[in-house]
Design a protein around this ligand. Structure first.
Ligand code: MET
Length: 399
């Protein structure tokens, strides 16, 4: 992270269209290996018969953070299955490298630690962000100091010790969008990290718009099936080296089985995103026309997330769905709904939630692959249950 951000608008050339990359990236050597599916290597350690050689390789890793050449040494340095996922995600995001972590929060923590270690502990961030990202910055738990800014105020908020600008678009949970080109221009030489979890590289590649680092909670659309926890940062190799050093020192590694599942998930990411987005766009249209709904948030960019504010009690909608799962998280093949004020953004102080445009009446829905008529029937019944309850005062909504 000591290296200055490389020239923006210089993404890695993709040899094939994104749908083809999604299926083949990270698997380039399989035919030569005589394999079809990617191998899953669960080893925690590896034979090191040449200790002198290993000492030299470890010295090189400690000094540079460059991936080891030759066989792995220990699973906290790297893992060949996870490395396949990293290569594939970098291809899809158009970056030189990617570094995977145990969760999205471990990935964000590594970026903050790397910037802090370079003496740049001030962060400028735009609200809203995912609730735990907001909390990590607001609490200063990692020794960072945050200045919250509107997108057009980011330039004025920069200081000599600013190490990072952080933004999320479409944002969790309001789906607010921002102009990434304009934002990147305001960051000057300070690296811009964009959380691309909601859009995925299928809908938006922040690197093409001047971002230096692209963050994902891989738990969501990249995995796509609600059965794997992970995080990843796509970035230039210089930044990746600093992140590998942090990952080695702090241990927030992705489990190789998670790396395997994430690589498998990437293969269907484009087709899942297109199908789920079509369902979400249709539900957003129906919700917008429904008198029981006061406001619908759906990104111009599209995507499979819909947020809406109900006229009645949002908690009643959560309690009344039968097909849709009332659960936090997103990006799975099944539809989930949750109340951000109670779960995903509960850890953000109420006044900060409101400052970020997160109403107590807001519900956030992650639309899956079910038939849209079945989903609408479920939502329609849940909205009826909500509308039948007395409209609570705003203060009574969140316990
Ligand atoms: C623990 S709460 C949130 C999980 C996830 N990042 C979400 O926004 O749903």
């Amino acid at each position: 992270m000591d290296t200055p951000p490389s020239a923006p608008h210089r993404p890695q050339a993709a040899a094939h269209a994104p749908a083809t990359e999604a299926v083949h990236a990270g698997r380039e050597d399989l035919t030569a290996l005589g394999l079809h599916a990617a191998p899953l290597d669960l080893s925690t350690t590896y034979p090191s018969p040449d200790s002198r050689g290993e000492a030299a390789r470890l010295d090189a890793f400690a000094a540079t953070g460059a991936q080891l050449s030759g066989p792995p040494v220990y699973a906290r340095l790297d893992n060949p299955t996870t490395a396949r996922f990293e290569r594939a995600l970098a291809r899809l995001e158009g970056t030189e490298s990617a570094v995977a972590f145990a969760s999205g929060m471990a990935a964000l923590s590594a970026v903050l630690l790397a910037r802090g270690a370079a003496g740049l502990r001030h962060v400028v961030a735009v609200r809203p962000l995912y609730g735990c990202s907001d909390h990590l910055l607001e609490s200063g738990l990692l020794g960072t100091e945050v200045t919250w800014a509107e997108p057009d105020g980011v330039g004025a908020a920069l200081r000599p010790d600013t190490g990072l600008v952080l933004a999320e678009t479409p944002a969790n949970p309001t789906l607010a969008e921002m102009d990434l080109d304009a934002l990147a221009a305001r960051c000057g030489d300070v690296p811009l990290l964009v959380d691309n979890t909601f859009a995925t590289p299928v809908l938006q590649r922040p690197r093409d718009h001047g971002a230096s680092l692209v963050l994902h909670s891989a738990t969501k659309y990249l995995g796509g099936h609600g059965d794997v926890l992970g995080g990843v940062v796509a970035c230039d190799e210089g930044q990746a080296r600093a992140l590998r050093q942090i990952r080695f020192a702090t241990g927030g590694v992705l489990h190789p089985l998670a790396g395997y599942l994430l690589l498998r998930g990437l293969a269907t990411l484009p087709v899942r995103m297109r199908a789920q987005s079509a369902g979400a766009a249709e539900l957003a249209r129906r919700l917008a026309a429904d008198p029981r709904v006061e406001r619908v948030h759906y990104p111009r960019l599209g995507g499979a997330m819909v947020a809406f504010e109900v006229a009645g009690d949002p908690h009643e909608v959560i309690g009344a769905v039968r097909l849709i799962t009332p659960a936090v998280s997103l990006g799975s093949v099944d539809t989930l709904i949750q109340h951000p004020g109670s779960i995903s953004h509960r850890i953000v102080a109420a006044e900060d939630r409101r400052a970020g445009g997160i109403s107590d009446r807001l519900l956030r829905m992650s639309v899956g692959l079910e038939d849209v008529e079945d989903l609408w029937r479920d939502l329609d019944a849940a909205l009826a249950a909500s509308a039948a309850t007395a409209v609570p005062s705003a203060t009574a909504l969140v316990p």
